[in-house]
Design a protein around this ligand. Structure first.
Ligand SMILES: [Zn+2]
Length: 348
């Protein structure tokens, strides 16, 4: 069997040049003065050399060192900040963030494939998000998106994830044949810390919404959703969720998740990855590192980066066949547009 392709399905552009942050600061000033401020898109001057510099010593270097072939790459999640301003704030911010990802996918077509941020906003419906997803997939060649279950940034004001509120984006995803990663942004709630309790709590919450969804997967038989960060607390509490499903007379969890819910491998220790593989069907697990993301240091217990998740899978008890599923085949199945891109850049 040939060497599996190693596809990291969860990477963010966390090293963008300062000009991107400056644009955002100006937006924040504008909506502070007037919450209903109607923005214009404007221009952010970032050169190709600046983009290369921001990636060469960071994501690209780590990809090479770790043996990752290609990453599905999206804008920095903690900066999505859907709670800031109004619909026009999110619209133009998101377009700029996605445009930058598009430029990266052209500068490094073999290393990065795009996934979209969505211009969600707490008081808006999902129409603008559906429109931006269409632009990103059809015009920019993206293969997926990040959908926040909580655009209010920790206050959970949006309806549950199987509510018709979300249907316009699910419809567009199914029409375009792309999955979503269910990914919150920064917390603006004093009790939740962004990359710890807020991210993992949201992953866990999203899973339970989907587990209990009554007609969602009947309404959208092709809907595919990735719960990041190893599924939050879910795999560790698989017994609790199986028990809850049993009490609620729901189907077996493996049946519920089978064609719809997937977990990534952004779990930063061997024991956690081993548990994930033990309780969740291999077909529902996709390789990811979230590099460069929440945890950037070196584990003093191992001497390796916490987020070098490929090592944990290499060292796991999975058969070579199952490793290939996790590194490559599952991700190609969940992201149906990926094969075309991989062929175009000579990786398949
Ligand atoms: Zn992430």
């Amino acid at each position: 069997m040939s060497k599996p392709l190693v596809i990291d399905c969860h990477g963010h552009y966390t090293t963008a040049p300062d000009e991107l942050g400056d644009y955002r600061e100006q937006q924040k000033k504008d909506v502070k003065a007037d919450p209903l401020f109607e923005h214009v898109k404007g221009i952010i001057n970032i050169s190709n050399d600046q983009i290369r510099d921001s990636l060469e010593g960071a994501q690209l270097k780590l990809q090479r060192e770790r043996g990752t072939d290609v990453a599905i790459f999206s804008p920095r999640a903690s900066w999505m900040g859907h709670h800031i301003g109004n619909q026009s704030t999110s619209k133009y911010w998101t377009e700029h963030c996605n445009d930058l990802i598009y430029r990266i996918t052209h500068l490094y077509p073999q290393n990065f494939i795009g996934a979209a941020q969505l211009p969600q906003s707490p008081l808006a419906d999902m129409q603008a998000s559906a429109k931006e997803l269409e632009r990103c997939v059809l015009e920019l060649g993206f293969v997926g998106c990040n959908l926040s279950p909580d655009p209010s940034g920790g206050h959970w004001t949006a309806p549950r994830l199987d509510d018709p509120y979300w249907y316009p984006i699910y419809e567009k995803m199914c029409e375009l044949n792309v999955p979503a990663m269910i990914h919150v942004s920064a917390s603006c709630h004093h009790c939740f810390d962004t990359t710890g309790s807020h991210y993992l709590g949201a992953d866990t919450t999203a899973f339970q919404h989907y587990m209990m969804a009554k007609t969602l997967f009947k309404d959208f038989p092709n809907l595919k959703l990735i719960i990041p960060h190893g599924g939050g607390a879910v795999p560790y509490h698989w017994g609790r969720f199986r028990g809850l499903a049993d009490m609620m007379k729901l189907p077996n969890l493996n049946e519920i998740i089978k064609d719809h819910l997937y977990f990534d491998t952004c779990v930063y220790h061997q024991e956690g990855i081993d548990l994930l593989f033990e309780v969740v069907p291999t077909e529902n697990i996709l390789f990811a590192s979230e590099m460069i993301g929440a945890v950037r240091g070196i584990d003093p217990q191992t001497g390796h980066y916490f987020d070098d998740t490929k090592r944990y899978i290499d060292n796991s008890k999975l058969s070579d066949e199952d490793k290939r599923k996790v590194f490559e085949l599952n991700t190609r199945a969940v992201f149906p547009r990926l094969d075309k891109r991989l062929k175009e850049v000579g990786l398949l």
